[in-house]
Design a protein around this ligand. Structure first.
Ligand code: ADE
Ligand code: ZN
Length: 335
């Protein structure tokens, strides 16, 4: 089963690139940029990776991201992720980045963008991994700040497929960003949003109705609203579920109590993703492995998750079909 999980062709649709910064690389970049970290060692950094909720994680996550100053730092960060992803047979990845985390510190949008984008290009050429880039607005900041960030994205618009919404969910409903998302869509961006991670089902409705999202990030609290579940199932609106994240941030007490299997059985279009792998103890395959074990998923469940991941991506119909054909060829070895 382990070889099956690591080897199955898959797409990752919910990965914050800043959340893939492993402590080893954090220390290396801090050293070369002459930045003092609040930890003595890689081990002591890992020791503080115990979180009570989303908010307590975000404090650590933004502190970690503050070592990133130059194009090269963003390149190295992205390249390290792509190598790990390619090793787990991630064939396509849709990477989130948080430009405001960097522009707030005086690092330009362009610096973050260029480093990440160059690594994605090299990933395509050298690792054969397909990718798209998604800009996330920090929802705890103002709608005006998001609008400014959208403006800064203009020169790079042809290389950014969608905009999303992340950071502190509670008290920052999707409705706060309706105008920004209207503008983004009018400029040709697709839209997604974190909703129903810590926030209530109403935030998922708002993301759908006001922000017109193509996918919901997390969305696990949808099961509290049967009408919403029905709607998500009817429309096959994808949920990018992140099981290890949900346990680390105490959305569920354990993997055994996670509702992923329920979501699959309800006919929802669920996918499995890593969210912030450096902080939550695993990349996409470790996430799939955890739910396979904890929820007793079958090979067929895992096939469905992998198929959903390609189907839910922002690839063209032809590209999706090519990856699903590759997936079906992989599956033929097991039948
Ligand atoms: N930013 C990075 N990871 C996040 C998460 N799980 N939820 C909201 N914002 C995030
Ligand atoms: Zn996330």
């Amino acid at each position: 089963m382990k070889d099956f999980i690591y080897g199955i062709p898959k797409a990752e649709l919910h990965i914050h690139i800043e959340g893939s910064l492993e402590p080893e690389l954090m220390f290396e970049i801090a050293r070369r940029n002459d930045i003092k970290l609040p930890y003595d060692s890689v081990e002591s950094a890992r020791e503080v990776y115990n979180f009570q909720n989303l908010e307590s994680f975000l404090d650590i996550y933004y502190a970690g991201g503050s070592v990133l100053l130059y194009d090269r730092d963003f390149y190295d960060l992205t390249w390290a992720y792509l190598q790990r992803a390619a090793n787990q047979n991630v064939r396509h990845t849709e990477i989130f980045f948080d430009p405001q985390t960097h522009t707030q510190r005086g690092v330009s949008f362009e610096t973050a963008f260029n480093g990440i984008h160059q690594a994605l290009q090299d990933g395509r050429q050298l690792l054969g991994i397909s990718s798209k880039l998604i800009l996330c607005f920090l929802r705890d900041l103002s709608a005006e700040a998001a609008m400014e960030t959208l403006e800064q994205a203009k020169p790079f618009q042809d290389r950014i497929v969608a905009v999303g919404l992340d950071s502190s969910e509670l008290g920052n409903p999707p409705s706060k960003f309706k105008e920004v998302f209207d503008k983004a869509r009018s400029e040709g961006f697709l839209t997604i949003a974190h909703a129903g991670e810590e926030g209530p089902p109403e935030y998922i409705w708002e993301a759908i109705e006001l922000l017109k999202v193509s996918r919901i990030d997390h969305g696990v609290r949808c099961t509290e609203d049967p009408q919403l579940v029905q709607y998500l199932a009817d429309k096959q609106i994808p949920l990018t579920v992140c099981p290890l994240s949900n346990v680390k941030l105490q959305v569920f007490d354990s993997i055994a109590e996670h509702n992923l299997k329920q979501l699959i059985d309800l006919g929802l279009c669920a996918t499995v993703n890593s969210d912030d792998p450096a902080y939550f103890g695993g990349y996409i395959s470790e996430n799939i492995e955890a739910v396979q074990t904890g929820l007793n998923l079958s090979q067929d469940d895992i096939y469905k998750l992998a198929k959903n991941s390609f189907q839910s991506s922002f690839l063209s119909a032809t590209e999706k079909l090519n990856f699903i054909t590759e997936l079906d060829r992989f599956m033929a070895q097991f039948s």
